[in-house]
Design a protein around this ligand. Structure first.
Ligand code: 0X9
Ligand code: ZN
Length: 299
């Protein structure tokens, strides 16, 4: 059993995923989708019941220092698995994929060596790391992504050059059904972001994406009063190409695509105190539920 009053090491996270998959073999299955630069496994959990059809993808830990995103994916996954029979029909009728740590090397490096590390751990000699959220190959050469390996937002030598982003992209492309929703958790700022992120453009279905985002934010507010702002992804952070969200929307043509920036609004930033883990996880849970329900209208 993992706790929600501290952040955990990769070993504990993977250990708990293994435990869950052994304890609940009928509804969940561990899937190793690939290996990181340093050779760590990239582990996802498939959660599905006999009535499960449409696919919903939830990931976290693209950015090493955003620990609350990892905790939140784990929390939602844990709630669904342990209380599967109690979940509403829109959740039980979906096939869920949870990837809590897309960047396992970076996550461990942030835990042991440099708390504010963001990128993966590829070695470029004088500098390390590709920003995995600039490495997806949709509009890859665009703005807001650096071509300098020493920068925080280095996009990598080419689109999907990194084993972490490539494993995710290849796995999602090979799914028997195209996902109806792609939800990627980050921190911080309390935003529910919908495409596009690569430029100040909005997709043709932006009204629907915005409305569902507003519904998600409204549900989060009911937990503890925290306000999440709904906006196109380019707005709060400036346009940045190569994000996983834009790839899901632009390349895979997933309908409901959201980057959710979890707590807080800057007081603690990436160093979100442990006493705020649980409430933030509950906000993530309810927002994901709202998006799941909305996605019933796809297909
Ligand atoms: O810049 C990012 O990658 C995200 N913000 S963070 O502070 N977690 O690094 C926002 C990504 C928004 N989406 C795109 N720009 N595609
Ligand atoms: Zn991030």
């Amino acid at each position: 059993q993992l706790t929600w009053d501290s952040y955990h090491d990769l070993g504990d996270i993977y250990g708990y995923m293994r435990t869950l998959s052994q304890k609940y073999p009928t509804i969940c299955k561990l899937v190793n989708i690939g290996k990181s630069v340093e050779g760590r496994g990239i582990l996802a959990m498939k959660v599905a019941g006999p009535k499960s059809q449409r696919v919903i993808w939830v990931d976290g830990g693209i950015h090493a220092r955003e620990w609350i995103s990892v905790a939140s994916v784990m929390y939602v996954m844990d709630q669904f698995i342990r209380y599967w029979a109690k979940q509403p029909a829109h959740i039980r009728s979906a096939t869920w994929y949870f990837l809590p740590v897309m960047n396992p090397d970076g996550y461990q490096y942030s835990r042991t060596t440099d708390r504010l590390w963001r990128k993966n751990r590829r070695n470029f000699g004088s500098c390390h790391g590709v920003d995995l959220n600039r490495n997806f190959d949709f509009k890859w050469t665009g703005v807001g992504a650096s071509n300098n390996p020493c920068d925080m937002t280095y996009r990598g030598p080419k689109g999907l050059s990194e084993p972490e982003s490539r494993s995710v992209a290849q796995f999602m492309e090979k799914l028997p059904r195209k996902p109806v929703a792609y939800i990627t958790l980050h921190s911080y700022g309390q935003y529910v972001l919908y495409p596009w992120g690569f430029a100040s453009a909005i997709p043709s279905d932006h009204r629907l994406l915005k409305q569902t985002g507003l519904d998600a934010a409204e549900s989060a507010k009911l937990i503890d009063g925290a306000l999440y702002t709904v906006a196109p992804a380019f707005q709060p952070f400036g346009a940045a190409a190569g994000g996983s969200d834009d790839w899901a929307k632009g390349h895979l043509k997933v309908k409901y695509v959201y980057t959710i920036e979890l707590r807080d609004k800057g007081r603690y930033g990436f160093l979100l105190p442990t006493n705020l883990i649980r409430v933030t996880c509950r906000e993530a849970l309810t927002m994901i539920g709202v998006i799941s329900k909305a996605s019933l209208n796809v297909q």
